[in-house]
Design a protein around this ligand. Structure first.
Ligand SMILES: Cc1ncc(COP(=O)(O)O)c(C=O)c1O
Length: 439
């Protein structure tokens, strides 16, 4: 029986015998057409400036191997067992030491260990969002969060940034307009440091102003901060959570400062919220991996993790420099920001070019990037692309930008002859799920 409901219909094909049975929330689950392209892009001959994977070459794998061996031999009975749904106490205490670097004072009880901060985004959304609730997110915004918001049927309203992050006046105006329109805004989702994908950092001066506006409008701030300790020549900024205990849920991760394979992240939340997060997490995964938590804990206890972060910072800074140099040399007709940390450069193409339409041509020329459209829940981003400098060596980055400059010159020639390069097929709306290695 075809359904009469006016609500969003599940997506799928008539060849799927279960098409009529899916929950409405699956309407937000679409496979991206760029997924197929990226299976080609991961071939070694392609320079991928697409992925947000940390470069683990800088990790002393022999030290990590030894710690893992000792863990199994000395504490295997606990490490290979289930554990508390909130996470093991020792790691929660160590997480407090990590967060102190960004001015956060908290209690181990405030911390919920999660399977990467990605799971924490899911838990917070599950606990707060009814279908149709509004989440304000920076435009552009982290693709993995947009995917979660879409699955919970949230309405994402983007807020523009400038070089200093979210503009407080624009936030206030947006909240006021949504209030007048009778739309409940539940969350402000923000990546305040070395933004993915925009590369910008919310200025110190704006931080208390953003918090004050959110509080006035009764909006909880979801502060997602995987990159805060990866600044190049600046010390970590005070976290939003360090300025407001009750109005912020803070998310942290060991993925970019240690290794994503352990899948250890965490949330810090006000007491009542934290309880709900733990119950929601237990319902999904029973407990986070005891093995991963104990491995991370042992690393924090026995290795010089601060020196390791410093060596990551130096390596990524060198790669950032290589990318900016190559862009200046080869593509002066583009504009971009110069991030002072993190993994990403956000590029704006000249008028008439469409990054999504251009991607197949780029992959044919053996270079890959992520089109800007992936980072918006509306139809923005066609003239943008995210370039990641975290994974390839400086030499590969230079080669990748050289190939990209050939692609762009070809597109410019086409525009001169035929007009805009954008194709109607590239103008599909909505959040699509890319492959995890693009996050
Ligand atoms: C802004 C942001 N939030 C969350 C995540 C997810 O990280 P995790 O590996 O901790 O799940 C990423 C990963 O790239 C990210 O860039």
């Amino acid at each position: 029986m075809p359904q009469e409901s006016s609500a969003a219909q599940p997506s799928g094909t008539q060849l799927d015998s279960w098409l009529g049975s899916y929950a409405e929330r699956t309407a937000g689950m679409r496979t991206s057409e760029i997924r197929a392209l990226f299976s080609v892009a991961s071939r070694p001959e392609v320079v991928s400036l697409a992925g947000g994977m940390p470069n683990l070459d800088a990790l002393p794998l022999n030290v990590v191997a030894e710690l893992n061996r000792d863990l199994v031999l000395e504490s295997g009975d606990t490490a290979l067992q289930y554990c508390s749904g909130q996470g093991i106490v020792k790691l929660r205490e160590q997480i407090l030491d990590v967060m102190r670097l960004e001015g956060i004072e908290a209690h181990p009880d405030d911390v919920v260990v999660t399977t990467g901060s990605q799971q924490a985004i899911d838990l917070v959304t599950r606990v707060f969002i009814n279908p149709g609730d509004v989440i304000i997110a920076e435009g552009p915004s982290y693709v993995g969060a947009l995917g979660v918001f879409s699955q919970y049927q949230a309405e994402v309203v983007h807020i523009q940034m400038d070089a200093d992050g979210i503009v407080p006046e624009l936030l206030e105006e947006k909240l006021e307009n949504l209030k007048q329109a009778g739309k409940p805004v539940k969350l402000l989702y923000t990546v305040p440091n070395f933004h993915n994908p925009a590369g910008v950092t919310l200025s110190l001066e704006r931080r208390p102003r953003i918090l004050e506006i959110a509080k006035r409008y009764g909006v909880l701030v979801l502060e997602d901060n995987p990159y805060g300790l990866l600044g190049f020549d600046q010390e970590p900024m005070p976290a939003l959570r360090s300025m407001d205990e009750d109005g912020v849920v803070y998310l942290g991760s060991f993925s970019k400062t240690f290794a994503p394979g352990y899948r250890v992240g965490w949330a810090v939340a006000p007491h009542a919220v934290r309880e709900k997060l733990v119950i929601a997490s237990e319902a999904t995964i029973l407990s986070p991996s005891a093995y991963s938590q104990m491995a991370v804990s042992s690393y924090l206890e026995n290795a010089d993790w601060k020196a390791q972060i410093q060596s990551f910072r130096n390596m990524y800074q060198g790669r950032r420099d290589a990318m900016i140099q190559a862009l200046s040399d080869r593509l002066p007709q583009l504009s971009w920001n110069v991030p002072n940390g993190g993994f990403y450069v956000w590029v704006t193409l000249p008028e008439g070019l469409d990054s999504k339409a251009m991607l197949p041509r780029a992959v044919t020329q053996r270079v890959a990037y992520v089109p800007g459209t992936g980072f918006y829940s509306d139809d923005n981003g066609h003239r943008n692309m995210r370039l990641s400098f975290c994974y390839p060596t400086p030499e590969r980055i230079a080669e990748g930008i050289r190939r990209l400059s050939n692609v762009i010159s070809g597109e410019m020639d086409l525009i001169e002859i035929f007009g805009s390069s954008s194709s109607p097929a590239s103008r599909t709306r909505g959040v699509q799920s890319p492959t995890p290695d693009l996050f």
